[in-house]
Design a protein around this ligand. Structure first.
Ligand SMILES: Nc1ncnc2c1ncn2[C@@H]1O[C@H](COP(=O)(O)OP(=O)(O)OP(=O)(O)O)[C@@H](O)[C@H]1O
Length: 240
């Protein structure tokens, strides 16, 4: 579904991503992990066509994200790390506003349905400024779903929200992947990684250090330390 081929990204003289290659399959939740500043958001912004790689290429369903950006954008939904909503507008007005950027008209009925999927229907006519942090996060996700994208890029979508909202969002993301959506997810939350991710990629200083399942990582480490918990394996992957 997503093929990242030997991309690098420079900001001035600084190399942020170096020779990153990755295949992400249809319907999987792929966890993009790594310490602060590793380059996760930079990679997601390239996948979201907001920024371009300095070298290398990325395709989504064989569409090149630079040369066929317009078509590719129809396939991609992006949940940015920072909430991008209009505080003075209601939930409905925000959804209507963002729906104007999609191809074709989206009916209010469909927008209300999207609102229901993230359990915000009771807030339909409420101003965003009156919503809690978790509700804003949910609406941020709903905006990315308006055009029913095949690929969902989520940059720490549950950061700073209460446990119940986090669990709800996690369950919802699982459902989306079961329906065949491909999800690239960044988080620093261990429980989310273990619950959600089919495979993970660990980025460190712009380079890929590991790609695989937790069990792959366990197998890799078992010579040195057998019988490790998933948490111990994750800890070692991220810290060594
Ligand atoms: N527009 C920019 N100009 C210059 N440097 C940038 C720019 N955007 C990001 N960087 C740098 O790129 C590096 C990677 O940043 P990025 O936000 O991709 O990391 P991250 O892995 O998402 O971190 P976090 O976990 O903190 O969100 C950082 O050193 C950051 O300062």
């Amino acid at each position: 579904m997503i093929t990242i081929s030997r991309i690098s990204k420079q900001f001035g003289k600084k190399a942020i991503l170096q020779d990153v290659s990755l295949e992400i399959k249809k319907g999987e939740v792929f966890g993009l992990l790594g310490p602060n500043g590793a380059g996760k958001s930079t990679l997601l912004s390239i996948l979201a066509t907001i920024s371009q790689p300095s070298t290398g290429s990325v395709t989504v369903k064989q569409l090149d994200l630079v040369k066929q950006k317009k078509q590719a954008r129809q396939l991609i939904g992006y949940v940015p790390q920072d909430i991008s909503l209009w505080e003075d507008m209601t939930v409905k007005e925000n959804l209507v506003f963002w729906s104007k950027f999609t191809k074709g008209k989206v009916s209010n009925k469909k927008l209300f349905k999207i609102c229901q999927t993230v359990h915000l229907e009771e807030k339909w006519t409420e101003k965003v400024s009156k919503l809690s942090g978790g509700m804003k996060r949910k609406l941020n996700i709903a905006v990315a779903l308006i055009h029913d994208p095949d690929v969902l890029l989520m940059d720490e979508p549950t950061v700073g929200i209460d446990l119940q909202s986090k669990l709800e969002i996690n369950q919802y993301i699982k459902k989306l992947s079961e329906k065949g959506k491909t999800i690239v997810y960044t988080t620093h939350d261990m429980s989310e990684i273990l619950f959600l991710c089919d495979r993970i990629g660990v980025l460190k200083q712009g380079k890929i250090h590991f790609i695989g399942t937790i069990n792959d990582a366990k197998d890799m480490m078992k010579e040195q330390t057998p019988l490790q918990t998933d948490e111990q394996v994750m800890y070692r992957l991220l810290n060594e």
